[in-house]
Structure formats: structure tokens, C-alpha cells
Design a protein around this ligand. Structure first.
Ligand code: GRF
Length: 204
């Protein structure tokens, strides 16, 4: 039985494509993306999934009174589809504790900074404005706090003197596309062991 992956996204979907590509090229074996969920009906990532004949689900937040009732609908669908791993890939909504609990240590997120530095929006801009010499990206398990859970993988990107938000974001994105599939592969191979804040990588 293949590991069933759901991707939640709100926009472009380049990280979703990177994971999909890793599966199609057999870098990740024994897994499939069986659902793509979005809170944005126009998300290019959702449109792409549809074109690739992957089941998609648009969730309209305005039909729900609060975040929890919105998330409960998603949880139920994910459970019905026996999803093993949830990948947040540019999903611009905070997920509620009931979601985190239902998929404990089975939800991953990618963030374009070296956490715990620069959580939240516009991480690359924050890094440039702060004047740090290195930036990067982080894949982590999701807990109850934003951009906070146990770290699975990070990659460092050197900041150049003439970097703009665009140029830096572009180089970070290349690293995102490398480490997110790598983290998913480790999960699929059951090589991630979470002990408190630490994620041990087995068999290295
Ligand atoms: C990425 O920079 C990711 O780190 C952040 O949102 C962006 C999503 O990009 N969480 P994409 O939709 O995967 O292209």
C-alpha cells in the first residue's frame, strides 16, 4: 500500500510540483499524492493538480464560522481517504489544534527562512532588512504554533551584497524544491523519529 499524501496550498504550487516530480521520477518510491486541497479556487497549484488528474478540493472559508469547523471538514475528508502525510506547501491559513492532533507528526510545512529566525510572512524580506549574511529554508513538522515545530531539514543560502527580495527568494526556492522532496522521502521510508523538538534521521 502506497503512502497517501495530501498537499494543501493557496497559490503557485511550485513545492507541490517538486514533490510530485520526485514521485514521478521515482526519487520517492511507494507514495502518491492523492489529494490537493486549497482555500483559493484560482490557485495555480490547484489548477495544475486538476490538469494532472489528481483529485482536488476547494474549501471556501466564507462558508464556515470559524477555523476549527473549516478544519474539521478537511480532517474528515483526509481521514476518509486514509491520508498518511499532509504537506503544507504555501498554504496561507493557520491550521487549528484539532488538525494538528488528528495528524500528529504527520503534517509538514516549508518555510523560506532558517527557523527560528524570521517566521511569518515575507521571510526573505525580513532576512534582507535584518542584514543577516545567510538565509535559507526549513522543512518542519507542524505543531500548535506558526512556523515552529520540530525541524526535519534546512538549507543555507548565502546572501549577496546586491540581493533583492526577488533574487534571494529565487535562490531559496531552488533549495526548497530540493529539501522538501527529501524530507517527504525520509517520511515515506519511515526514517524520521520525533523526540521532543528533535527529529532523528534513521539510517544515516
Ligand atoms: C514558498 O516560499 C514556501 O516556503 C512558503 O510559501 C511559498 C510557496 O511557494 N511557505 P509555492 O506555492 O510552493 O510555489
Amino acid at each position: 500500500m502506497k503512502i497517501q499524501i495530501a498537499v494543501l496550498l493557496s497559490g503557485r504550487g511550485s513545492n507541490f510540483k517538486a514533490i510530485l516530480n520526485a514521485i514521478q521520477t521515482k526519487y520517492i518510491i511507494n507514495a502518491e499524492i492523492s489529494l490537493v486541497v486549497s482555500n483559493n479556487i484560482d490557485a495555480p497549484g490547484l489548477v495544475y493538480a486538476d490538469a494532472k488528474n489528481i483529485e482536488t478540493l476547494y474549501m471556501d472559508k466564507s462558508l464556515h464560522n470559524d477555523r476549527e469547523s473549516f478544519d474539521r471538514v478537511i480532517i474528515e475528508i483526509l481521514q476518509k481517504k486514509r491520508i498518511d502525510l499532509v504537506c503544507l506547501a504555501g498554504y496561507m491559513m493557520l491550521i487549528s489544534p484539532c488538525f494538528v492532533n488528528a495528524f500528529k507528526n504527520r503534517i509538514m510545512n516549508i518555510h523560506p527562512s532558517l527557523l527560528p529566525s524570521f517566521p511569518g510572512l515575507n521571510a526573505q524580506k525580513q532576512a534582507l532588512e535584518y542584514g543577516v549574511k545567510v538565509a535559507g529554508c526549513t522543512v518542519h513538522f507542524v505543531d500548535d504554533h506558526m512556523d515552529h515545530g520540530p525541524i526535519i531539514a534546512q538549507s543555507v543560502v548565502i546572501i549577496e551584497d546586491n540581493d533583492t527580495e526577488d533574487s534571494l527568494s529565487k535562490r531559496i526556492l531552488e533549495e526548497e524544491h530540493r529539501i522538501y522532496p527529501e524530507a517527504v522521502k525520509l517520511f515515506v521510508e519511515k526514517r524520521l523519529l520525533v523526540e521532543g523538538r528533535k527529529v532523528k534521521i534513521l539510517g544515516r
